[in-house]
Every structure is written in C-alpha cells, then in structure tokens.
Design a binder for this molecule. Structure first.
Ligand code: ZN
Length: 243
C-alpha cells in the first residue's frame, strides 16, 4: 500500500492542495497533527482532510489548544494571537472533528504514530540524537513517524553498535526502512528547514520504503490572507524562506 504521511499543515490550504496533487493516488493518508494554528485557512484545511478516504489523523499541540484541551501558557504571544483568531473562525463541526482526534501514541500496522514524541505525544520535539535515543525506548514497533519539529529528517538506532544517527535525506531519495527508525515527513504548511517548499513523505508498507518529498507552491496568496486576517506578520514572512 502507498501511504501519504503528512504533518503540520497549520491552516495553509495552498500548501496542502499542492501536496495532495503531487502525491497522486494513495491508499491511505496518515496525518500527524497540527492541522490548525498560524495560517489563514483552518476551516478549509479541516474540511479537505475530513473528506480524504482512509484517513488516520492525530491531534497536535495547536489542535489541542484551539479546542480548549490545553492551556495556552506554553505558546508565545504571536502563536496565541493566531490561536485566538482560529478559535473564533472555526466552524462548530470542524472544531468537533479536531476535538475527536487522539492525542496518544497510535499503532497502525507495523508503525507507531505520534505528533511530538512517543514519551510525550503532544509536546516533545525530537531534534537531536539524545532525545531520539530516549524515545526509542518508548515505543515497540520498528518505526515511529513523528511531526512537530517541522524538519524533514530521520533518526536511526543501530542496535548492534548502540548508536543513534540523525539523517537529513534528499527529497525524492527512496529510503529502505530498517529497524529501528524515527521518521519525520516535515511540515506541509510551515517548513522550518530553510526550504520553503511543502514537505511530506510516501510510505510503502510492502516495499518498506520511505520517500521524503518536497513540492513548490505559491505562498504569496497565503501571506496575503495572513495579513488580511490581521495575523502576525512573522507567520507570513517565514513562509517565503522556510524558517
Ligand atoms: Zn506544528
């Protein structure tokens, strides 16, 4: 089966649309959370996802915050401004969808899925090999797919050498999965690895491959809608450079 793996859409519809088109036909879609927050299009992003066949979707920290499942203290002022706006514009049925999402580690076939990290599913960022090492102890499958950091990368635990490595793959490079790995498809709507193209991955559960991909989209209309909505300028500016 060909599975589309996406994360951190952050209410950026143009990026989501480009990813769905570029991915082509898939058997399932796995979304690792943060559908809303930052961007100008929370409703249309939730609606587009809900209509996808065979969707598995997790709750991210922004989804939890906007639905009132989490205190806002841990978000910075600009992120809060955006959450406050999204809370006002989100339609009831879309809010209900976000509220229904699981916020714990989920297992699908041979893979664990989580927004942040296996030991702290909504909040922890896996950004370095030390954090990755601690998290390899917190799930049992060979692979775990994570989002949250907005960085397209993967960690590999070599059990013979007892070493964890951090790898930044080239988009389009097909990686043969081996035990054990933590893989991040990157962010659809707000990449932070200095590549402004929308990020995602294709997982093939028969060939056991992972293909990180990037697709260009025009972010200028998204920036314009962010400005029109009176959302923080920073959230518009960063889209052009991927930070
Ligand atoms: Zn995020």
């Amino acid at each position: 089966m060909r599975i589309l793996v996406i994360s951190d859409i952050h209410a950026n519809y143009d990026a989501l649309e480009a990813v769905l088109k570029d991915a082509g036909e898939v058997d399932e879609t796995w979304c690792l959370g943060d559908i809303v927050g930052y961007g100008p299009d929370p409703n249309v992003c939730v609606e587009t996802l809900r209509e996808l066949p065979n969707l598995t979707c997790l709750m991210g920290n922004h989804d939890a915050a906007v639905t009132g499942n989490m205190l806002w203290d841990s978000f910075n002022g600009e992120a809060r401004r955006s959450l406050d706006w999204q809370q006002r514009v989100l339609m009831a049925r879309n809010m209900e969808f976000l509220r229904s999402l699981p916020n714990t580690l989920q297992v699908r076939k041979r893979v664990s899925l989580v927004h942040g990290s296996p030991r702290d599913p909504v909040w922890e960022y896996i950004l370095n090999t030390l954090t990755a090492r601690l998290n390899f102890e917190a799930f049992e499958t060979d692979w775990c797919f994570v989002g949250h950091s907005h960085i397209q990368c993967f960690f590999h635990l070599n059990e013979t050498k007892n070493r964890v490595s951090l790898n930044i793959p080239h988009p389009g490079e097909r990686i043969t999965l081996e035990p054990r790995m933590i893989l991040n498809p990157g962010s659809v709507g707000q990449p932070r690895d200095r590549d402004p193209r929308a990020a995602y991955a294709i997982y093939d559960d028969e060939a056991c491959t992972w293909e990180p991909r990037r697709v260009e989209y025009d972010w200028k209309p998204v920036q314009q809608r962010i400005r029109e909505a009176g959302l923080p300028e920073k959230h518009a500016a960063r889209l052009a450079e991927g930070w």
